[in-house]
Design a protein around this ligand. Structure first.
Ligand code: HMG
Ligand code: MG
Length: 306
């Protein structure tokens, strides 16, 4: 079976926008459960302004805990600028992700910079991270539609993906921030982006606002993409992008991929343990589109083994 690579972004994208406070020990526990389920790579936190995103204020405490408890886990952290990189490096992070949006307004709302400055800062941050020996990813956010400016120009997305690749990003992550893409758009846009960035250095990051997340992931698979972001239980959403619902659920993506002949290395029953735990923390029901069926399967398997 051909392997696909999934980065679970629930500790960062999933927890950055929650009303309920989740403490550092619980974040570590969630990440341990993900690793126990076979997840090989997580986006653990972000080094952003604690005024902008108080939910991620404990990043400098969390990163060393993960490094000591789960040394083999590939752990990325989001940084918006050089200050974030400096803080991440001081905490021992080994992989960073910069976040560049493909419209003027989204950059302003998210990181208080215009498109031009955000592009330059992302390039500088990527280069500085490589000089420190870190692995790098670069998000190109609102790559389909922007909540403020409508449909994003494909030319801009391609140009920014190329610039991030040129600045040495190990992975360029094409992100559907508000979950507005459809499989046809994914096919068309990825074909154009893949002219600029090799497919094996592209990843996709879908939100599932309109129930298209898994269909979009399938379109990306058919377009030759093998790197996916997803969030266990489908939690997620950018606090600065109105209408952004959760990410495509890791359990839905794993189910779709494995039933379609792709290996993920991830066990669904392990993901259910992580979802159960996240529900106790967030005090509400979680899970992607397949959650009821998945839990029923688990109950049946448990009943069968006594
Ligand atoms: P700013 O106010 O313009 O920053 O914020 P500044 O450079 O003017 O500095 C103001 C203060 O912030 C200073 O402190 C700086 O030191 C501090 P003061 O002197 O007032 O005490 N500061 C920082 N502190 C901690 N970490 C930093 C940092 N940088 C400056 N890295 C800034 C600019 C980018 C910091 C702010 O707007 C910010 O933190 N934004 C948060 C953005 C964010 O986290 N968004 C959500 C993640 S993106 C997302 O979810 C989309 C994604 O999932 C993909 C998709 O779905 O599309 C990735
Ligand atoms: Mg996101």
């Amino acid at each position: 079976m051909e392997q696909i690579h999934i980065t679970d972004v629930s500790p960062r994208d999933g927890l950055q926008n929650q009303q309920v406070a989740v403490d550092t020990a619980a974040k570590l526990r969630l990440i341990q459960l993900l690793a126990a389920a076979g997840v090989q790579s997580v986006e653990a936190t972000s080094f952003v302004s604690p005024k902008a995103v108080p939910q991620m204020a404990d990043a400098a405490e969390l990163v060393p805990l993960i490094a000591s408890r789960l040394p083999a886990l590939r752990t990325s952290v989001l940084v918006p600028n050089l200050k974030g990189l400096e803080r991440a490096h001081a905490a021992g992070a080994r992989e960073i992700a910069v976040v560049l949006s493909a419209t003027e307004t989204m950059n302003q709302k998210n990181i208080n910079m215009g498109l031009r400055q955000a592009t330059e800062v992302s390039e500088q941050t990527l280069r500085a991270a490589q000089a420190l020996g870190l692995r790098t990813r670069a998000y190109v956010a609102v790559a389909f539609d922007c909540p403020f400016e409508g449909e994003t120009a494909l030319d801009t997305v391609v140009t920014l993906a190329l610039r991030m690749h040129g600045a040495g990003a190990g992975e360029v992550v094409i992100a559907d921030t508000i979950g507005s893409a459809s499989p046809g758009m994914v096919k068309q846009r990825l074909a154009a982006i893949a002219q600029a960035v090799p497919r094996d250095q592209l990843a996709v990051h879908f939100h599932d606002t309109r129930g298209m997340g898994v269909a979009n992931a399938w379109a990306a698979l058919e377009a030759g993409i093998r790197r996916f972001d997803a969030s266990v239980g489908g939690i997620g959403g950018c606090p600065f992008a109105p209408g952004a619902a959760g990410n495509v659920a890791t359990e839905d993506l794993v189910l779709m991929a494995e039933r379609s002949g792709f290996a993920t290395g991830i066990r669904l029953d392990g993901l259910l343990d992580a979802i159960d735990f996240a529900e106790t923390q967030l005090q509400r029901p979680l899970g992607g589109r397949a959650i009821t069926w998945l839990r029923r399967q688990r109950d049946k398997a448990r009943a069968a083994t006594g």
